[in-house]
Write a protein that binds this ligand. Structure first.
Ligand SMILES: Cc1cc2nc3c(=O)[nH]c(=O)nc-3n(C[C@H](O)[C@H](O)[C@H](O)COP(=O)(O)OP(=O)(O)OC[C@H]3O[C@@H](n4cnc5c(N)ncnc54)[C@H](O)[C@@H]3O)c2cc1C
Length: 538
């Protein structure tokens, strides 16, 4: 019974069928159904007919009888809808859109979290880019570019602690064993600091003797050599019309940056010599590594040097300026002359005194050079410059050749030392060490008077302005030399010896190589009463 009721309810809910499901339906009902049918126009007529045809309800005997349970009713309802598909007009179509994905899931909760952007966040990509570019540049530099060479970034032309590269720019073979090698600095960074203070940075100062160490890189051995302030003028025509490079003296006052760090080495090639063979085997364009400068000797202090410098030596004596001030300064300031010097050289040992005489601020005293060599011609063109120095009355030169025994150096040609004209405090201590107290006092009194005189240097500056006080004036250095050459020279108070060990031993006694000391003065100089206070062995 219950089941029947529910079926009735279902059937009744289907609007258009309502009348058909009523059992014992009346005409009135039929009229209602018609009216309802008119209202429900959405159902097709055919549909109605089908339903009507299908619902063949058996007439019951009683209106209150239950609905028959045959297969016509429920089964019919449950059967598949066979309603044919009738496309509707477009405007009648119902469209559906997929709903958006729920954004409240775990992932979206995480990813859609509002980001906190700090002030710096926006710069991070830029910073990372800059770091990346810098790193890439550094990598390229390290892997693809060579490391800077030793000395490449140096502010000095030469450094005593590291080797700097130089290029061989000219090589002249003087004879079988002797060469002039012109070198030029490979790098130029040093030039910037040099240009700011050329006077201080200039290496060429005649107040000292200095050397450089040249490296033989294959066996890592170094030897000392004495650079000369000289260069080769490459495009000069000689008198005979040949285009032959000419050796010239560097002029630090006129040549920019000392000709870009140019210097010459005068080298003797020894057959078994490791470094001399290496140097003389270099060709133009090859490199040499130099370390220095090493000060080998500094001339004793003299107050005159503070207020006066001798004009620089040039290629030709006619180009050299006269030294008109020297005599008036000495006279007016009561300053003694700078001591004269005896220089004993053998072979390439001549290089140190040439360095001093060709540099600016050349030695102020007169220099007597005793040059010993195996045969004439070993110094090549350098002998011409020695001749010019002689013409300027700056040097006297004596040649001694092994090939001509009559010229051999003997003690006869050596004069005993004279007393120094001026005692520096150090020299004074040395000089008075072996004197009696009275003699030492006399020497000290004499020195005090000299020092007082040197204090007048301010007065000197005033006096030299006055033409009447200046004394004799010369137009050229040659003219001055002619006048002074005839005056006798005071014997030297200082002697320097430079050459092979055997030569040094012969002239002044051997150096104490074990203790790296001078050793006692014996030999030719010892015979003439020279001693350690006035002899220096290079
Ligand atoms: C301060 C200083 C400045 C110098 N300046 C110069 C310079 O301007 N020009 C220059 O050419 N040299 C100069 N020398 C000498 C130079 O340093 C070397 O000693 C020389 O070039 C030989 O070196 P090497 O390596 O070729 O010979 P090494 O390999 O040292 O010696 C090889 C052979 O040569 C012989 N030998 C080496 N040196 C001499 C020598 N001086 N005399 C005789 N036999 C020798 C040795 O007996 C040895 O058998 C200077 C030395 C000093 C200390």
């Amino acid at each position: 019974m219950l089941m029947n009721r529910s079926i009735q309810t279902i059937l009744l809910r289907r609007g258009p069928c309502r009348s058909h499901l009523r059992f014992n339906s009346t005409k009135k009902n039929n009229t209602e159904q018609e009216n309802n049918g008119d209202n429900d126009k959405s159902v097709s007529k055919r549909d109605d007919d089908t339903h009507i045809q299908q619902f063949k309800i058996k007439q019951t005997t009683s209106k209150s009888a239950p609905a028959p349970m045959g297969s016509n009713g429920v089964e019919q309802l449950l059967r598949k809808n066979n309603k044919p598909y009738i496309p509707k007009f477009k405007h009648q179509r119902v469209t559906f859109e997929y709903p958006e994905l729920p954004n409240e899931d775990q992932y979206n909760n995480l990813s859609n979290k509002p980001k906190r952007i700090s002030r710096w966040t926006r710069y991070i990509p830029k910073i990372l880019t800059v770091v990346g570019v810098a790193w890439a540049a550094y990598t390229i530099k390290v892997w693809y570019w060579d490391d800077p060479e030793e000395g490449q970034d140096s502010n000095e032309l030469l450094d005593p602690n590291e080797f700097h590269k130089f290029i061989v720019t000219h090589k002249e073979q003087i004879d079988d064993d002797h060469y002039m090698i012109e070198l030029k600095s490979k790098y130029d960074r040093w030039e910037y600091s040099f240009a700011t203070n050329p006077d201080k940075k200039c290496l060429w100062d005649g107040d000292r003797i200095w050397s450089v160490e040249v490296k033989q890189p294959d066996i890592n051995v170094v030897r000392s050599y004495t650079p000369l302030p000289m260069y080769y003028m490459k495009s000069e025509y000689t008198r005979s019309g040949e285009k032959k490079p000419l050796l010239r003296i560097l002029n630090p006052e006129a040549d920019d940056l000392d000709k870009n760090g140019t210097m010459c080495l005068y080298v003797k090639r020894y057959k078994q010599g490791e470094v001399s063979r290496y140097i003389t085997d270099r060709e133009i364009g090859d490199e040499l590594e130099l370390r220095g400068p090493t000060i080998e000797y500094k001339f004793p202090y003299h107050p005159l040097k503070k207020i006066h410098q001798r004009p620089i030596f040039k290629d030709l004596p006619s180009k050299v300026e006269p030294d008109n001030l020297i005599e008036s300064i000495k006279r007016d300031s009561d300053l003694p002359a700078v001591d004269n010097l005896d220089f004993f050289a053998a072979g390439t040992g001549i290089a140190p005194i040439l360095q001093v005489l060709f540099s600016k601020n050349p030695y102020l005293g007169h220099v007597t050079i005793h040059y010993s060599a195996q045969k004439p011609g070993e110094i090549g063109i350098l002998s011409r410059f020695l001749l010019f120095l002689n013409k300027l009355d700056r040097v006297s030169i004596h040649y001694h050749y092994d090939s001509d025994p009559s010229t051999m150096l003997t003690s006869k040609e050596i004069q005993p030392p004279s007393k120094p004209n001026y005692y520096s405090p150090k020299k004074l201590d040395e000089a008075t060490a072996n004197l009696s107290p009275q003699e030492a006092l006399n020497v000290r009194m004499q020195v005090m008077q000299q020092n007082e005189a040197s204090m007048k240097s301010e007065k000197v500056k005033k006096l030299v302005q006055s033409s009447s006080e200046r004394g004799e004036r010369y137009e050229t250095a040659l003219e001055q030399a002619i006048a002074t050459a005839s005056r006798p020279k005071t014997p030297a108070a200082l002697a320097i010896v430079c050459g092979p060990d055997g030569y040094v031993e012969h002239v002044s006694g051997a150096k104490d190589l074990v203790h790296k000391a001078q050793g006692p003065v014996t030999g030719l100089l010892g015979e003439k009463k020279w001693d350690n206070s006035n002899v220096y062995k290079l």
